[in-house]
Write a protein that binds this ligand. Structure first.
Ligand SMILES: Nc1nc2c(ncn2[C@@H]2O[C@@H]3COP(=O)(O)O[C@H]4[C@@H](O)[C@H](n5cnc6c(=O)[nH]c(N)nc65)O[C@@H]4COP(=O)(O)O[C@H]3[C@H]2O)c(=O)[nH]1
Length: 890
C-alpha cells in the first residue's frame, strides 16, 4: 500500500517537475520572443529615426538650394530696380536658364507676374512656358507679408506632364509691384532626394504638410497626392521618437517617425508596418518556438520515460519485495536452519530455526557479522575451557572446513542433537549453509542397524554382522599374513534349562553369558550371538605365527571356559552352566567365512562328543601342538615349583685364551623328557607370565653365583651375561626388581651384564632407554645380542647405554662361506669400535672363524671352538685350568 502511495507520489512529483520545467521553458521562450521582438522593433525605430534624420537633412539642403536659387532671381535680374515693363524677357530667360542648369533638383524656373503670366523662364521657350500653378497658390504666395518659400500642392506640369511641386517666393519690383519666382520640382526627384538610396523593407515615406496634405510619397501613391492624410493626433510634430500608430500610407499598424522640414510647416514622416519591422524577428520567433517545442517534446519524453521507468522500477521493487517476503516466509517455515553468507563471509540472512539449533547465538547475530565472530561465540559458549590460542585454532579449523566443504558433514551438538550441515558456494563467492536436524534419522538408523545387525536379546552382533566382520578380518589377515581365530561356543544342556525353567530363564542365562563373554575380550574382538545358545567369538590379528596365534586363542578360550563355568543367578535359581568351544584359525588359507564358521562348529561338536565343557581346535595337528604347548606350560609351572631348572655357563674368552666371563643359559631337567632345550620352552614361557618367574629365577641364580665368586680370586672378576626377554624389560618394575636382586644377593653390580635383543629394546624405545639408563647408573652392563639380525636399531644405537655388541652366530657361522656376512661382521666390529663398545662374537666353532674375527679386530669370543655351555662344576674346573685376566673394574 505504502509502495503504491510512494509510486503515486513519485509520479506526481515528476509531473509537477515537468510542469515547472515546461512553464519555465514557456516563460523563457516568451521572454525571449518578447525581447527579440522588442529588439527588432527598436532596431526598426532606430533605423527609421536615422533615416528620417538623413531625409530631413537632405530635403532641407535641397529646399534651401531652391530657396536660394529663387531668392537670387532678384539680384540676377536686378528686379528691385526695375518695373515689369523694363524687363528684357529674353535676356532674363537666358540668365535664369544659366542658373537653373546648375541646380540638380529644379527642372524649370520661371518669373511669373501677378496675373500668372510667365515673364521669363529657364525653358527654351522663355516667357512662352506655361505654368499651371494650383489655384490660389499665386495669390497666397504674393500675399505673404514677408517673402518666404512656399510650396504648392502637387500638380501635373504642362511642360513635362509629370507630377510636380512648385516652390515660389515673391520679389518686390522698383514700383512695389511683385513678381513671383517659381521653381518646378518633379516629385520623383524630390522623393529620390528624401530616400537617399536607403532600402528599408516596408518603409513608407511621406512628405506632407502639417495639415496632412500629401506632397510626395515613397512608394508613390498617385491617388493620394494632394489629399489629406489623417492628421497626427497626440504627436508633437517636432518629436523625434518613433510612435506606434497606423502607417501613413497603408494605415497598417506600424512605427512612425515624423520630423518637420525647415519650410512652410512641412514634415517628413517615415512609417514601417510592424509586419515589415518584425520580418526577421519572425524567423527568430519561429526558431525559438521550434526549439522550445523540441525542448518541450524532449522534457515530455523524458518525463514519460521517467514515469515509465519509475513504474517499472516500482513494479520490480514490488516484485522483489514480494519475492523477499515469500522467501522470508519460506525460510521461516523451513524445518532446516539456514544461513547465507556473502563473499566476505559475513552474515546476510538466517532464519529462526538456525537460532533454535544454536540458541547461544541469538544475542549476537546481526547482519554483516563475520562468520568467524559467530564461531567465536559458539566456542566461548560451548568450550569455555579453551584458552585463547586453542579457541583461535578451533575457529580456524571450522572456518577452513566451511570454506573448503562442498556437500554435507555432521555435527553433534552438546544437546544431543545431530545436525547435518550442507555448505554450498554461491556464484558470488558466498556460502549457503543449511542445518538439518537429523537426530531422529540417526536414532532411527542406529535402531535399524541394531535390528539389522544386533541380537535383540543380548545386544551382541548377530550372524549377519559377524559374517561381515569375518569377511573383512580374513581379507585383512590374508594381506598382513597374520592369524586370527574363530571360537564357536555352545552352552551345554541349554535345552534342558529352557524346557525345565522356561524361556525367560533361558533368556536370562543367554544375557549373562553375553555379558561374561564381553569381559573376556579385547575391545577389537567380536562376540556375536548366532541364535539359540550359540555364540561366536572372533579374535583378529593375533600373531604372524600360527602356533603362537593358536596358543593365544587357547588362552582366551580357557578364559571363556573359566568365566562361563562360574555359577549363575537366574532370577531365583542358582544355575551352573558349561560351554563347549570349537576353535579354528584363519589367515593362512583363503577360506570363506561360512567355511570357517563350519570348521569352528565341527570343532565344537568334537568337544561335545568328548564330554563337553572343553575347548578343541578344528585342525588335529594344531590341536596336538596346542595340547603339547598346554602341557609344556603346565610342566613349566611345575618345573619352577620343583626346581627343575639349572644354569649352564658358556665361557667367554679373550684372544689370548683368558676367560673374562660367561653367558648363563638355562637348562631344564624334565622329569619325563629329560633335558629340554630353552629354544623349546623360552618362547612358550614368553607368551605368558611364566617368563617373569623363570627370568627372575635365572637372574637371582646368576647373581647368587656372582656373589659367591666374590671370595674366589679365580672367579671374582668374571662377568655373567644374563638374557633378558622382551616381556621382562617391558615390566614396569623391572629396574626395581633387578636392583633388589642385586642387593639381596650381594652380587657386584658391575659384573652383571644384561643381554637384550634388538627387538626387545625397540618395542618401546624411549621407555627401554630410560630403564636401561637407570640400571646403567647403578653399574649394570648391557650387551646387545643378535646384533645385525633384527630391525635396524642403528638410529638408536647411540642413545642406548650399551657396553657390548654381540655378533650373532648366524653371521659367524657363514664366515668364509658367505662373503656378505663376512662384510657384516667387519661392519659390526668397526661400528662397535667407533662407539667405544666391546665386541664379542658368539657361536665361534672353527679356527678359521676365530682368525677372521681376530684379524678384523674382534677381541672376545664365545662358542663351541672354546667351550660348550657347561654346568657350574665343569665351569669352575675350567676356570681353575685357565689363566684369568685382571679384575674388571667398574
Ligand atoms: N651351534 C652352536 N651353538 C652355540 C655355540 N655356542 C653357543 N651356542 C648356543 O647358542 C645359544 C646362545 O644363546 P642365545 O643366543 O642367547 O640364545 C638362547 C637364548 O635366547 C635362550 N635362553 C637360554 N637361556 C636363557 C635364559 O636364561 N633366559 C632367557 N630369557 N633366554 C634364554 O635360549 C636360546 C638358546 O639357548 P641355548 O640352547 O643354550 O643355545 C645357546 C648356546 O648353547 C656354537 O659355537 N655353536
Amino acid at each position: 500500500m505504502s509502495m503504491l502511495a510512494n509510486r503515486n507520489r513519485m509520479v506526481a512529483g515528476t509531473v509537477g517537475l515537468v510542469g515547472i520545467f515546461l512553464l519555465a521553458l514557456t516563460l523563457a521562450a516568451a521572454a525571449l520572443l518578447w525581447t527579440t521582438r522588442q529588439t527588432a522593433l527598436a532596431d526598426s525605430e532606430e533605423q527609421e529615426v536615422r533615416f528620417v534624420s538623413g531625409a530631413v537633412a537632405a530635403l532641407n539642403r535641397s529646399l534651401l538650394g531652391v530657396d536660394v536659387l529663387l531668392a537670387s532671381m532678384d539680384s540676377l535680374l536686378g528686379l528691385s530696380g526695375l518695373v515689369q515693363e523694363w524687363i528684357d524677357e529674353d535676356n532674363a530667360s537666358r540668365l535664369i536658364r544659366g542658373v537653373t542648369e546648375q541646380s540638380l533638383i529644379v527642372r524649370y524656373v520661371a518669373l511669373v507676374d501677378p496675373n500668372g503670366r510667365v515673364v521669363a523662364s529657364s525653358h527654351a521657350s522663355g516667357s512662352g512656358l506655361q505654368v499651371n500653378l494650383p489655384d490660389g497658390f499665386l495669390s497666397e504666395t504674393m500675399s505673404q507679408p514677408v517673402s518666404t518659400l512656399t510650396i504648392s500642392a502637387p500638380v501635373v506640369s504642362f511642360a513635362s506632364s509629370e507630377r510636380v511641386l512648385y516652390l515660389a517666393r515673391y520679389i518686390k519690383m522698383a514700383d512695389a509691384s511683385k513678381m513671383l519666382a517659381v521653381a518646378q520640382v518633379e516629385i520623383p526627384v524630390l522623393t529620390s532626394i528624401v530616400i537617399q538610396g536607403v532600402d528599408i523593407s516596408g518603409l513608407e515615406v511621406t512628405l506632407e504638410r502639417a495639415d496632412g496634405q500629401l506632397l510626395a510619397s515613397v512608394p508613390n501613391q498617385e491617388r493620394l497626392l494632394g489629399t489629406r492624410l489623417p492628421p497626427f493626433t497626440g504627436i508633437h510634430q517636432g518629436a523625434t521618437q518613433a510612435t506606434r500608430m497606423a502607417t501613413r500610407l497603408t494605415g497598417a499598424p506600424g512605427i512612425v517617425v515624423t520630423r518637420p522640414v525647415l519650410y512652410q510647416d512641412m514634415l517628413i514622416s517615415a512609417s514601417i508596418p510592424e509586419a515589415a519591422a518584425l520580418d526577421e524577428w519572425r524567423t527568430q520567433r519561429d526558431f525559438i518556438i521550434s526549439v522550445s517545442l523540441v525542448f518541450t517534446a524532449m522534457i515530455l519524453a523524458a518525463a514519460g520515460f521517467a514515469i515509465w521507468y519509475m513504474q517499472r522500477l516500482q513494479h520490480a521493487r514490488l516484485g522483489i519485495a514480494h519475492s523477499k517476503n515469500t522467501l522470508d516466509q519460506a525460510l521461516e517455515s523451513m524445518v532446516s536452519g539456514f544461513v547465507l553468507l556473502n563473499a566476505e563471509h559475513q552474515l546476510v540472512s538466517w532464519n529462526q530455526r538456525f537460532l533454535e539449533f544454536y540458541p547461544w547465538l541469538a544475542s549476537c547475530v546481526q547482519p554483516l557479522l563475520p562468520f568467524e565472530a559467530v564461531l567465536n561465540a559458539s566456542a566461548m559458549d560451548q568450550f569455555p575451557q579453551l584458552d585463547e590460542e586453542q579457541r583461535r585454532q578451533w575457529i580456524q579449523r571450522h572456518m577452513t572446513q566451511l570454506l573448503n566443504a562442498q556437500g554435507t558433514h555432521e555435527q553433534a551438538l552438546p544437546s544431543g542433537k545431530a545436525i547435518q550441515i550442507t555448505v554450498r558456494r554461491t556464484p558470488e563467492g558466498g556460502r549457503v549453509i543449511v542445518y538439518q536436524d537429523v537426530t531422529v534419522l540417526r536414532e532411527a538408523m542406529v535402531e535399524i542397524e541394531k535390528l539389522a545387525f544386533y541380537d535383540a536379546l543380548t545386544h551382541l552382533p548377530n550372524r549377519r554382522l559377524l559374517m561381515d566382520r569375518l569377511e573383512h578380518a580374513t581379507a585383512s589377515n590374508a594381506r598382513s599374513g597374520r592369524y586370527g581365530a574363530l571360537l564357536f561356543l555352545d552352552l551345554d544342556h541349554f535345552k534342558v534349562l529352557n524346557d525345565s525353567l522356561g524361556h525367560d530363564i533361558g533368556d536370562l542365562l543367554l544375557q549373562q553369558v553375553a555379558q561374561r563373554l564381553k569381559t573376556c575380550m579385547r575391545a577389537e574382538d567380536t562376540v556375536a550371538r548366532l541364535g539359540g545358545d550359540e555364540f561366536v567369538v572372533m579374535l583378529e590379528d593375533l600373531s604372524s605365527r600360527s602356533v603362537e596365534a593358536a596358543a593365544m586363542a587357547r588362552h582366551i578360550g580357557e578364559k571363556i571356559l573359566e568365566a562361563l563355568n562360574q555359577p549363575y543367578q537366574l532370577a531365583a535359581h542358582k544355575y551352573h552352566s558349561t560351554p563347549s568351544v570349537g576353535v579354528t584359525l584363519f589367515g593362512a588359507t583363503a577360506l570363506s567365512s561360512a567355511d570357517l564358521l563350519k570348521q569352528a562348529d565341527i570343532a565344537m561338536y568334537e568337544v561335545k562328543a568328548h564330554g563337553r565343557n572343553d575347548l578343541c581346535f578344528f585342525d588335529p595337528q594344531m590341536q596336538a601342538t596346542i595340547n603339547a604347548r598346554a602341557q609344556l606350560e603346565r610342566d613349566l609351572h611345575a618345573a619352577l615349583k620343583n626346581n627343575e631348572f639349572e644354569l649352564y655357563y658358556q665361557p667367554q674368552y679373550t684372544l689370548q685364551g683368558q676367560v673374562v666371563g660367561a653367558e648363563v643359559l638355562i637348562r631344564w631337567h624334565h622329569p619325563e623328557r629329560g633335558m629340554v632345550s630353552p629354544i623349546e620352552f623360552i618362547s612358550v614361557a614368553e607368551e605368558s607370565e611364566l617368563i617373569m618367574h623363570i627370568g627372575q629365577w635365572v637372574l637371582r641364580t646368576a647373581c647368587e653365583q656372582l656373589a659367591a665368586w666374590r671370595t674366589q680370586p679365580a672367579a671374582s672378576a668374571l662377568q655373567l651375561s644374563v638374557n633378558l626377554s622382551a616381556r621382562q624389560l617391558q615390566q614396569r618394575e623391572i629396574v626395581a626388581q633387578v636392583l633388589s636382586i642385586l642387593e639381596e644377593t650381594g652380587a657386584p653390580t658391575h659384573l652383571l651384564k644384561l643381554e637384550l635383543t634388538e627387538s626387545t629394546v625397540l618395542v618401546n624405545v624411549d621407555e627401554s632407554i630410560a630403564k636401561m639408563g637407570q640400571l646403567k647408573a647403578q653399574g649394570v652392563h648391557f650387551s646387545v645380542d643378535d646384533f645385525g639380525t633384527g630391525h635396524s636399531s642403528l638410529a638408536y644405537l647411540t642413545q642406548l647405554p650399551l657396553d657390548q655388541l654381540k655378533i650373532d652366530q648366524s653371521f659367524v657361522r657363514n664366515i668364509g662361506l658367505k662373503p656378505t656376512d663376512g662384510v657384516i661382521v667387519q661392519t659390526i666390529i668397526g661400528m662397535a669400535r667407533n662407539l667405544g663398545l666391546e665386541v664379542i662374537a658368539e657361536g665361534v666353532e672353527t679356527q678359521l672363524q676365530q682368525e677372521f674375527l681376530a684379524e678384523h679386530g674382534c677381541t672376545l669370543y664365545q662358542g663351541y671352538l672354546f667351550c660348550k655351555p657347561v654346568p657350574l662344576t665343569a665351569f669352575t674346573t675350567l676356570l681353575a685350568q685357565t689363566q684369568q685376566p685382571d679384575a674388571i673394574t667398574q
